[in-house]
Design a protein around this ligand. Structure first.
Ligand code: 9YT
Length: 128
């Protein structure tokens, strides 16, 4: 069994500053679970274009509030602590933080840690 503490991830290469967000990767592909788990802060006042064409992601908000706009239908989905959204159709979306939001994110397939969002908000598949 493995125990991972957020305090041990902060300040390491498993903490990634994406500009609009900071992602602390608790579990990655190397951990062999078949998914990755991130504790991510979305910064207040930001809007991020995201389109995970190669991944499925579930996002559970545990602090703060904001919204997700799905671009295929321009629907605005309010997000607050206790709300989960699941990008089950690789949904292209805008993520807006009204306040700082703290999100627990699960990716399938798992992130390796080397991905950066490209100009289309996409994470490529990285083979380890
Ligand atoms: C909620 C979301 O997709 N934020 C962007 C960062 C991503 N979750 C990550 O790499 O942790």
């Amino acid at each position: 069994m493995k125990v991972v503490k957020l305090e041990d991830i902060i300040g390491t290469e498993q903490e990634i500053d994406g500009g609009n967000w900071v992602s602390r990767r608790l579990l990655l592909a190397k951990d062999g679970m078949g998914y990755s788990v991130h504790d991510t802060i979305i910064k207040a006042g930001t809007e991020t274009h995201i389109w995970y064409q190669n991944h499925l992601e579930a996002v559970y908000c545990i602090e703060g509030e904001g919204e997700v706009v799905t671009l295929k239908d321009n629907k605005v989905h309010k997000i607050k602590a206790g709300t989960l959204y699941s990008l089950d159709e690789h949904d292209e979306h805008l993520l807006r933080g009204k306040t700082d939001m703290r999100m627990v994110c699960v990716f399938n397939p798992p992130i390796t840690g080397k991905e950066v969002h490209d100009e289309n908000g996409v994470y490529p598949i990285v083979k380890e």
